[in-house]
Design a protein around this ligand. Structure first.
Ligand code: CA
Length: 419
């Protein structure tokens, strides 16, 4: 850690200095924004309730890196340049934005005037299954409570290759998917709108620097390649999933949409919130062993808000810190075969569920596959998502007098296309 992590730092952007602000000067997350009078998307950094225009700052000669990093509609160029420049940029931004530096209001756009876009080009998307509590719950529901975890689960981060083409930024409406469904009491499947549409509360690790095909990574090497993290909602159609998933795993049940938050919080900003994960027993194979803390203490919340209501209901509160497999271990496992990793590779952590009721990261678990409906603030009940419902993930790390926030990953569900 360095001077950019000092809890006492304040910014000349006054809105960044409140204890509950997601984007204080200790955070400095990157995103892509545009505005009505400047419609070309470019890179910015969130500070308080403002966006600092990094393309303009770069053009004014205020930033390191030699130019050409921020006028693109994605942060991939910065990410590909590597950790030394990431750290240099963070230090420059911290010094530019802190109290005592020359205020530069001409570089600011109020968040309320900014349209936020996908922050990076998602080159690949892989989804894991790394919460022991989640895997145990799902295994208990669909297989056998006595043998809920598959034999491989404690030996490797289980995952599948997902779709980058349908990763969307927070605020994008989600059309209810159609798929092949075969209810248990019927003989034949049908093609229909999913009646069991669900969320999965996850974090997404964003790969910054690439790796070569044929070159496995140690956990330490993998950790150093991770640029940052976003909130991630892996929307899931449970009725499609339960019929299609054997023997090759999820396919269309999760291919239709994945929502991420618009700001990539850097791994460097999260350094004060590193924490050890659970003890891994049996000890992982040597290529998956990790030294030091690789989990992050991120408080996470999910709300659900039906159409026409004003009050969201909190349906889940949990923490990222309990995940059994760290993102660095997931990345090391991913490259373990010689699979090349790319700048902009997105690694979903897997659904984040805690041990307590109310800390479960999917409606599948919260309602136990529809058996126990949730009561919402407006008096209605839910088993799975209904059309018009808005689901919002939010998260932050709690520091001493400040927080490192992720903002939100939100989406409203629209009716299915006509079948
Ligand atoms: Ca998932």
């Amino acid at each position: 850690m360095n001077e950019t992590h000092d809890p006492g730092l304040k910014s000349w952007v006054e809105s960044a200095n409140t204890e509950t602000c997601d984007f204080p000067i200790q955070n400095l997350p990157y995103g892509v924004f545009s505005r009505a009078d400047a419609p070309a998307p470019r890179v910015g950094v969130a500070i308080g309730d403002q966006v600092l225009d990094l393309a303009a700052a770069e053009a004014a000669g205020l930033l390191p890196g030699g130019g050409g990093l921020f006028s693109n509609p994605a942060i991939n160029t910065l990410m590909a340049r590597g950790a030394a420049l990431w750290a240099e940029m963070r230090l420059a931004l911290s010094r530019m934005l802190r109290q005592g530096a020359r205020p530069r209001p001409e570089l600011l756009t109020p968040m309320t005037d900014a349209t936020l876009h996908l922050p990076f080009e998602v080159t690949e998307y892989t989804d894991f299954y790394a919460s022991r509590e989640h895997a145990t719950n799902v295994g208990s529901m669909f297989r056998d409570p006595a043998n809920a975890l598959m034999e491989n689960w404690l030996h490797m981060p289980v995952g599948y290759n997902g779709r980058a083409s349908t990763v969307v930024v927070s605020g994008t409406d989600i059309q209810r998917p159609c798929g092949q469904i075969k209810p248990p009491h019927t003989d034949q499947p049908t093609y229909a709108a999913s009646a069991k549409l669900d969320i999965e509360l996850e974090m997404g690790a964003v790969v910054g620097t690439p790796s070569e095909m044929g070159a496995p990574l140690s956990v330490a090497e993998a950790d150093a390649m991770i640029f940052g993290y976003v909130l991630l909602n892996d929307w899931s159609a449970r009725d499609v999933q339960v019929w299609e998933y054997q023997p090759l795993g999820p396919f269309q049940a999760k291919a239709f949409a994945t929502t991420i938050s618009p700001w990539v919080v850097t791994q460097e900003a999260l350094a004060p919130f590193r924490t050890p994960g659970p003890v891994q027993d049996p000890q992982p194979l040597p290529y998956l062993r990790q030294q030091g803390p690789h989990n992050f203490d991120i408080n996470l919340t999910v709300t659900m808000q039906p159409a026409g209501t004003t009050q969201p209901s909190t349906i889940c509160r949990t923490s990222f810190k309990h995940m059994y497999w760290s993102s660095a271990q997931q990345l090391a496992h991913h490259a373990g075969s010689g699979c090349a990793m790319r700048t902009g590779d997105l690694l979903g952590s897997g659904t984040i569920s805690g041990a307590a009721k109310g800390s479960l990261g999917s409606l599948l678990e919260l309602t136990w596959n529809g058996r126990d409906p949730l009561q919402l603030a407006d008096g209605s009940e839910r088993t799975f998502i209904e059309d018009g419902d808005r689901l919002t993930l939010s998260g932050h790390c709690q520091g001493d007098g400040y927080r490192i926030g992720f903002g939100q990953a939100a989406g409203t569900v629209l009716p299915a296309a006509a079948v």
